[in-house]
Design a protein around this ligand. Structure first.
Ligand SMILES: Nc1ncnc2c1ncn2[C@@H]1O[C@H](COP(=O)(O)OP(=O)(O)OP(=O)(O)O)[C@@H](O)[C@H]1O
Length: 281
């Protein structure tokens, strides 16, 4: 990890620990100056960025986070069978405004199926999903139209919300920029890289300012910088009151979420999944 990566990770860690934005900027700028002037490996000078962020929190404290709001998504007792095989059994999840829930579990345990049911794209065999407010959904892949430009995707999403072409384009480009992508080019979606197509997918799912945002491993193909931007964007959306459900395999990010739903069947884990565990305090 070079100095830039170390500083980027420190920034993300401070944000995640809810250090006030001004104070975090100040801490990162100080560390950058120190490294620039004094040289040296940041891991030797400051230690791991996570540990340094922890020390910062101990000395200056954190900004009070917004309280979770009303329930936005309630999936109760979801059971789903494909033929004779039961993929989901009695899965339950409640997510409030201002919370991030991670859906985790082994390959094939039904994470995408659960999300599609939450999105209303598939019916469960038992159980019920209640969504309060506007819904955004980002599938694991697909979702873009090969022959359209990014701007044309934004205009289409805008049209569905009654937003005029110009504002829709501007909103799309601004959201894409948060992922480090300048989206206004004249490249059709089929010619975008896999990671960039996923940025387009993700951008479209957030464009309607959804109250509930469902993301099915949306970061596939993202480079490290975009990946950090992605989790920062989720934190911002959460702080703005969005209820977020994200399917993820990356357990190292679980301390960035409020709720964990593990869909691994109980006989494979030795404990009674699905369960909801508190992640972030
Ligand atoms: N339409 C379908 N018909 C029959 N079986 C299906 C269908 N869709 C998914 N499955 C099967 O159901 C199981 C759960 O699939 P799902 O994609 O929901 O799992 P997942 O946890 O998201 O997997 P991964 O971690 O690999 O993305 C898998 O064994 C899959 O093969």
């Amino acid at each position: 990890m070079n100095a830039d990566d170390w500083l980027r990770t420190l920034t993300a860690e401070l944000h995640q620990r809810r250090v006030a934005a001004d104070a975090a900027r100040h801490v990162v700028a100080e560390a950058a100056t120190h490294l620039r002037e004094g040289g040296g490996d940041p891991w030797v000078v400051f230690g791991p960025p996570q540990q340094y962020a922890g020390a910062v929190v101990e000395s200056i404290g954190t900004a009070p986070g917004p309280r979770p709001g009303p329930v936005r998504l309630h999936a109760a007792g979801i059971t789903k069978r494909y033929g004779r095989r039961t993929v989901l059994r009695d899965a339950t999840l409640t997510v409030r405004a201002g919370q991030i829930a991670a859906v985790v579990g082994a390959n094939g345990c039904g994470k995408s199926t659960f999300l599609r049911i939450c999105a209303g794209l598939m019916s469960p065999d038992a159980g019920k999903v209640t969504v309060s407010g506007r819904l955004g959904y980002c599938p694991q892949s697909g979702g873009t139209a090969d022959f359209l430009l990014a701007d044309e995707h934004f205009v289409l999403v805008g049209a569905g919300q009654g937003v005029a072409r110009g504002p829709a384009r501007r909103a799309g480009r601004a959201a894409a920029r948060q992922l480090g992508w300048e989206a206004g080019g004249d490249v059709q979606a089929r010619h975008l890289s896999g990671g960039t197509r996923q940025k387009l997918n993700l951008t479209m799912s957030t464009l309607s300012a959804p109250d509930v945002l469902l993301l099915d491993e949306p970061y596939q193909g993202f480079d490290q910088g975009t990946y950090v931007n992605f989790w920062d964007q989720l934190s911002r959306l959460r702080d703005a009151g969005t209820a977020i459900v994200v399917v993820t395999h990356l357990l190292n990010q679980l301390d960035r979420v409020d709720i964990v739903l593990d869909l691994t069947p109980a006989h494979e884990t030795g404990w009674h999944a699905p369960g909801i565990q508190g992640g972030r305090p």
